[in-house]
Design a protein around this ligand. Sequence first.
Ligand code: NAD
Length: 333
Amino acid sequence: MSTNLNMNPRATRKKIVISEFIDTCAVAALSEHFDVHADASLVDQPVALNALLADADALIVRNRTQVRAALLDAAPRLSVVGRLGVGLDNIDLDACAQRNVSVFPATGANARAVAEYVLATALMLLRGAYRSSMEVAAGKWPRAALSNGREAAGSTLAVIGFGGIGQLVAQLARALGMQVLAYDPLQPADAACWAATGARRVSIDEALRAADVITLHVPLVDSTRNLLGASQLAALKRHAIIVNTSRGGIVDEAALALALREGRIGGAALDVFNDEPLAARSPLADAPNLILTPHIAGLTMQSNERVSTLVAARVTEALLAQRDSHVTEGISR
Ligand code: NAD
């Protein structure tokens, strides 16, 4: 039996680079086992990031670091990528697979934050009455104009993409007395989610026709790009509310801005955009009945901690499993 350098964990500490913000507890937990380089500004410093990646074993990112072939080529030892979130459109999964790099998202850890955002913005836009603070403070009394809002109870919510977040939104909406329809061709009719949530499985055409509120929870892939374009927007009710927390590129921003300006839909809440930050002269900039937020639907104090803790645990498990398998290999040789 040979002794192995790996028997001294300090001598073989693996290196983790974290290029976007992460909860400090997670950094502390990772530092117990690994050399951790956490710097939220690395995402904006590609040269420094690539230099750190030259001998890194793992990289942890949010949604801004582009984990594509060029980055992976700068990281020849990389075997693990942790994603502090769910969407994987900033990660080239094929390029990772080709290089045996495993990717660990924080599946489920920010679902509640997103689901509560959807209900909060939908309620605000349905009621249409919560933006009068400036007027009321200035002594105006726009009571008549704000007396015709809608209640959620009895309204129809259409969920597009019925995965983890879509199903949680459905449960919260049902608790408010909403009817829930969902479109997701990848969830078969006998999937447990239909009975579990009380949502009715429908075609996208029926979802568009029936929705008082329509909320998007699909990944950004070829089949979902511009899923809500001009013709889909034209099929909506005049008072329909759209909430997009999924990804920019799924709703046609120019078509949405025009529909809002022409009063063809009731309102929209957008947390995600084609360009983040929003491009100068975006058609959305002066559209009415529109709530804009900077990609924060999944970010709360609680979800930040859950996401960071989960990803730190999954990255730790993967790296320690590699180390242990090397130790075992060394001992048995
Ligand atoms: P998920 O994988 O659990 O669910 C996605 C669902 O979309 C799946 O059920 C899938 O079958 C369905 N789907 C795929 N292609 C479809 C299509 N063409 N038409 C209809 N349905 C389709 O993912 P999730 O955890 O529910 O997250 C959904 C998306 O939300 C993520 O991909 C991510 O981009 C986004 N997200 C945003 C934030 C934020 O802060 N704004 C936070 C978390 C997630």
